[in-house]
Design a binder for this molecule. Structure first.
Ligand SMILES: *[C@@H]1O[C@H](CO)[C@@H](O)[C@H](O)[C@H]1NC(C)=O
Ligand SMILES: *[C@@H]1O[C@H](CO)[C@@H](O)[C@H](O)[C@H]1NC(C)=O
Ligand SMILES: *[C@@H]1O[C@H](CO)[C@@H](O)[C@H](O)[C@H]1NC(C)=O
Ligand SMILES: *[C@@H]1O[C@H](CO)[C@@H](O)[C@H](O)[C@H]1NC(C)=O
Length: 677
């Protein structure tokens, strides 16, 4: 096992955690986790025999048995892909100290297989290291490997490259889809096998698919195929289960897979558990996703769930003897381009913060909700002795003034060193093999357009946002479902650049085939525009490798508008701390610290106004740090940012209204009104 940075928690505190059943050293297969060597001989004496390890459903008594002893789990969700690896141990330890005995998490396929047959299990993608950290924290594992996971994650965890076959039917027994799933699971599941509980690991159960009943395909052959694949690789002993909302039980549950439900504090527990009994007449009641909070969309209000409602609901379920997983216990962050999106009459991308109003905040701090939940749990089972670590130290800095590096078009040779792809009609991101981020579409006007003329993309064909430039001059934005037309003028031969941004693929809904880019050819006046150059942009590579060298000279005398890079260097005197990047007056864009993509900001829409900057990203004690922004629209007159000591997640400046489907088509809410704030 690779060494983990021994930040907090200190080792001695971990070993003081009272054990729920299994000695620490029994949890990790093959190699025991790193423990002080003095403790090892003692723990070895306590090791149960391998064949006594079992986790089963006791149907006669409506409960689980762990090693033959009645057991219930009180678990929490934590996504390793939303937390920097050096902080995994800290978050898991806090979950254990909250009284949880298990952690539940997904495996996002698209995070691990970036190209067909190319796998990444290194660094922050080292799933086995995470299992090991959970073992060290004395947490059992409920694993949800998909293939589809939702999770408000890009495309619900499915790789975008699946859409290179545009007719593929995702999440069905379409042979193209099954072939990709099979080859992925033949890599993933053998890694998991030694970590199954009865093999000496900490995984007690595995979920098949995710809320499949909410997907309109309702393809039982697909679910049977998955169940067969899991059984073939993992064997018959492991408990396999499904999770669905009450409306999804019909298509989501399957003979041979244990049926569980998900619902939140506002739902009628009695009614839903009664319905569950129709599908699973005997065995423990399980809520696999009990919502402690909720997600946020750009342009909608910040979501919260009151402490009282969440604790009340948990207490009621525990009184019934149910096993419960709290979703989320710690939400984390959609770094980079990884957020998903929903479709509710219009396209609604998820914010960068996945704080979720969860018991452990985005920055890893215990909240009042955590302490209240711990009190409830302590009424039902023993919880570890000892205090929770206090909130991490926070840092304030700034304001910092950023320098203009130049507009995006000036860097095209660096952003797309391989050159453009030519096609008569525009091609999608998927067709040019760009999974995330940005593609620049370029054509030249074949006629002079002297009167302002309508520029638009039929069939809502901008996925998801387009920044339009004529001869390098920014003319405005088109946005999926939100803004459908601009008026342009230009001479014959003028260069028309349309920068397309993917704001994250749909992660939930009846159809997750969410192609990105220009889905239809744009129209200017009466003319369908053809003969396109597509430049897939490697923005992250540029930020990481080129900007630190300061090779590129500034190209604009005055404050420009449209997609533009800004950056500055800064030093932190003394030690650094967790902090929150505030971008007042900026519009929308992407931001990097020391080459790490912190995610999207959208100050002018909200509700999220600050981005979480984990302390390990910053160099302390006078070393130079670099911040880079790609502002897509307009920078403030004073291009400044600030680091705050607390987040602002609840300030919605422009609202994205959710219309009914019928009302949606004609709406073109322009100009958008400032409201709130
Ligand atoms: C919850 O559902 C049960 C059973 O359907 C019903 O009797 C009860 O009135 C419901 N409670 C609430 C608060 O709606
Ligand atoms: C969102 O918040 C605003 C301001 O607090 C409020 O007026 C509005 O009703 C809220 N909208 C929803 C859908 O809750
Ligand atoms: C899903 O929607 C896309 C358009 O985004 C469409 O091309 C595709 O045919 C749809 N797939 C299914 C299975 O309905
Ligand atoms: C936002 O959250 C902060 C901190 O919880 C609170 O003080 C403030 O009143 C909230 N603002 C709005 C507009 O809800």
């Amino acid at each position: 096992m690779p060494e983990f940075p021994p930040r907090n928690p200190p080792r001695d505190r971990r070993t003081a955690v009272s054990d729920y059943r299994t000695p620490v050293s029994a949890m990790a297969p093959k190699k025991p986790p790193c423990l002080p060597s003095l403790l090892l001989p003692l723990l070895t004496l306590l090791l149960p025999q391998a064949d006594t390890r079992s986790f089963v459903v006791d149907r006669d008594n409506d409960r689980f048995l762990l090693d033959g002893v009645p057991f219930r789990y009180v678990s929490g969700s934590l996504h390793y892909f939303r937390v920097p690896r050096v902080l995994w141990a800290d978050r898991l330890f806090k979950m254990r100290m909250s009284g949880l005995n298990a952690v539940q998490f997904y495996v996002p396929w698209n995070y691990h297989e970036p190209e067909p047959g190319v796998y990444n299990f290194h660094g922050s993608r080292d799933l086995i290291a995470f299992l090991n950290e959970a073992a060290i924290a004395n947490l059992l594992v409920i694993l949800r490997p998909g293939p589809y996971i939702c999770a408000e994650w890009d495309m619900g965890g499915l790789p975008a490259w699946l859409l290179r076959k545009p007719k593929i039917h995702l999440r069905t027994s379409d042979p193209d889809f099954l072939a990709a799933v099979d080859s992925w699971f033949k890599v993933l599941l053998p890694k998991i096998h030694p970590w199954l509980y009865h093999n000496g690991g900490n995984i007690i159960s595995i979920q098949v698919e995710n809320e499949y009943g909410s997907y309109r395909a309702c393809d039982f052959n697909y679910m049977r195929h998955l169940a067969g694949l899991f059984r073939a690789i993992l064997g018959d002993e492991i408990l396999l289960f499904t999770t669905d909302g009450p409306e999804g039980l019909k298509c989501g549950s399957l003979e041979g897979l244990y049926t569980t439900v998900d619902f939140g504090p506002a739902d009628n527990m009695t009614k839903i558990f009664t319905l569950l009994r129709k599908y699973e007449p005997h065995g423990p009641l399980v809520n696999s996703e009990y919502y402690t909070g909720w997600l946020d969309y750009w342009g909608q209000n910040h979501s919260t769930r009151s402490v009282h409602s969440v604790t009340n609901g948990l207490e009621n379920m525990l009184k019934l003897g149910a096993s419960v997983n709290m979703y989320m216990f710690h939400g984390g962050t959609n770094f980079g381009y990884w957020n998903g999106a929903d479709e509710k009459g219009r396209f609604l991308p998820i914010t960068t913060s996945y704080d979720y109003d969860a018991p452990i905040s985005e920055a890893g701090d215990p909240t009042p909700k955590l302490f209240a939940l711990r009190d409830v749990i302590s009424k039902f089972q023993e919880i570890p002795l000892g205090p929770l670590p206090p909130p991490s130290p926070k840092m304030m800095l700034g304001p910092l003034t950023l320098h203009l590096d130049g507009d995006l078009l000036a860097f095209l040779n660096y952003l797309c060193p391989q050159g453009p792809i030519y096609s008569i009609l525009p091609m999608t991101f998927e067709a040019v093999k760009q999974d995330h981020g940005f593609v620049l579409y370029r054509t030249y006007l074949s006629n002079t357009v002297s009167e302002p003329t309508r520029f638009w993309v039929p069939n809502n064909g901008v996925h998801d946002r387009a920044y339009v430039m004529v001869d390098g001059v920014f003319h405005g934005v088109l946005e999926r479902n939100m803004k459908h037309k601009l008026f342009l003028t230009g001479q014959v031969g003028a260069k028309l650049d349309v920068l397309l941004e993917s704001m994250g693929r749909l992660s939930f809904g009846s159809n997750t085939s969410d192609f990105k880019g220009l889905i239809e050819p744009p129209v200017l006046g009466q003319t369908i525009l053809t003969r396109w150059l597509m430049f897939p942009l490697k923005v992250d590579k540029l930020v990481k490798w080129w900007f630190p060298l300061q090779l590129l000279k500034r190209s604009h005398p005055q404050t420009p508008s449209g997609p533009t890079f800004y950056s500055t260097m800064f030093a932190i005197l003394g030690s650094s701390g967790d902090t929150f990047l505030y971008l007042p007056g900026w519009t929308k864009g992407q931001v990097w610290i020391n080459g790490f993509n912190l995610g999207r900001y959208w100050t002018k829409r909200g509700p999220q106004q600050t981005l979480y900057v984990p302390r390990p990203l910053l160099y302390p004690r006078g070393a130079l740090n670099k911040i880079t922004l790609l502002e897509l629209e307009n920078a403030p007159p004073q291009p400044q940012v600030q680091f705050l000591d607390r987040p602002i997640l609840n300030s919605t400046l422009h609202r994205t209204y959710v219309y009914s489907l019928s009302a949606e088509v004609q709406s073109d809410p322009e100009p958008m009104q400032l409201s709130g704030h």
